[in-house]
Design a protein around this ligand. Structure first.
Ligand code: SF4
Length: 335
């Protein structure tokens, strides 16, 4: 971390989708994909957001840049030392803030236009934001391509000519073009082979140090999250269950869902024996979540109160938050 300045503060973010039925599109319910989630990310920090598929983490990431329109909440991004609420901006104002925050996507092939060359793809944000044109633009693209470890001779090639890892490097170069402060990486290495994953993660860490970037890193893969994050938030059915510094959360989880996710991490050291906790059933349906604690139908520690009352979000030690009725009593296993 570089310093303790807040770069992004998200307050009570909600994204509800209406479930409609029939020709008249009658509203028959609400899917609470993101339900009252608040996080703060410091400048230079990497915040890892983890959870099973369908837990709302991708929707949350997209709502921050309003790729998906949030239902309510504040999204305060520090722009030139002023917190600007992205959720209050009109389309034109929002476009002007795009250069400060960018996304890297899971599938670099789908996110890169196959008809555009590397020069066009990486140069496009420079052109759109009026940052550079002509030879200056080309020089900037060459610099960006070098920074992400691609050879300049590939400038006039199209995405199909590259491997998955190289395409992700092009995506990163494009995201860096406007010199953003915040990068939201959504499953950015999930589609890559393990060895290529490591190269891209190392590249992201190197770029963070060199350029002072701040990351919101979204992934279902706890090994990846552990490798790259300073702090971690664990999401379940649209809500945060636990948040803490990476070492603390991985060594001493305080929520049974975090414990179960950690037990599924493949062990590299055969000496370490830890039984995997198999969670029964699937992630609860956000259109019809269980009563009380959403996790209770899958939780091996659930008691009567868990079915009736939603646990409060509380700080159990500095910077370690959890929502579980029995967080102080359970002896949970970390890694
Ligand atoms: Fe399990 Fe109850 Fe804690 Fe929910 S509140 S995680 S059901 S022990």
């Amino acid at each position: 971390m570089i310093d303790n300045k807040v770069l992004l503060k998200v307050n009570d973010l909600r994204k509800y989708f209406l479930v409609e039925k029939g020709i008249l599109k009658k509203s028959v319910g609400t899917v609470k994909a993101v339900d009252d989630v608040s996080i703060t990310i410091m400048e230079g920090e990497t915040y890892g957001l983890v959870g099973e598929s369908g837990c709302g983490k991708t929707t949350f990431g997209r709502c921050i840049l309003r790729g998906i329109e949030p239902t309510s909440g504040e999204i305060l991004l520090d722009i030139d030392n002023e917190p600007v609420d992205l959720n209050r901006l009109d389309k034109k104002e929002l476009r002007a803030t795009r250069r400060y925050a960018q996304m890297i996507f899971q599938d670099p092939y789908a996110s890169l236009d196959p008809r555009m060359t590397v020069l066009d793809i990486v140069g496009e944000p420079l052109k759109i934001n009026g940052i550079a044109k002509g030879q200056e633009l080309k020089d900037m693209v060459i610099e960006l391509v070098r920074i992400v470890g691609l050879e300049v001779k590939y400038l006039n090639r199209y995405p199909h000519a590259f491997s998955g890892g190289q395409r992700q490097r092009i995506g990163i170069a494009r995201a860096l073009a406007t010199k953003p402060k915040l990068i939201i990486a959504d499953e950015a290495v999930s589609a890559l082979d393990v060895s290529v994953q490591a190269q891209i993660l190392n590249l992201l860490q190197k770029l963070q140090q060199e350029l002072g970037l701040t990351y919101l890193f979204i992934s279902h893969d706890l090994s990846v999250i552990q490798h790259i994050s300073d702090r971690v938030g664990v999401m379940y059915v649209g809500k945060l269950n636990e948040e803490g510094k990476t070492e603390v959360l991985f060594q001493s989880p305080a929520h049974p869902y975090t414990e179960a996710l950690l037990s599924a991490i493949p062990k590299t050291n055969p000496e370490i024996k830890m039984d995997r906790i198999y969670l029964p059933g699937d992630v609860a349906n956000p259109a019809d979540p269980p009563s009380g604690c959403y996790f209770h139908p899958r939780c091996q520690y659930a008691k009567e109160i868990c079915r009736k009352e939603e646990p409060a979000w509380k700080e159990i030690e500095p910077e370690h938050f959890v929502s579980c009725h029995f967080s102080g009593e359970l002896k949970l296993r970390g890694v």
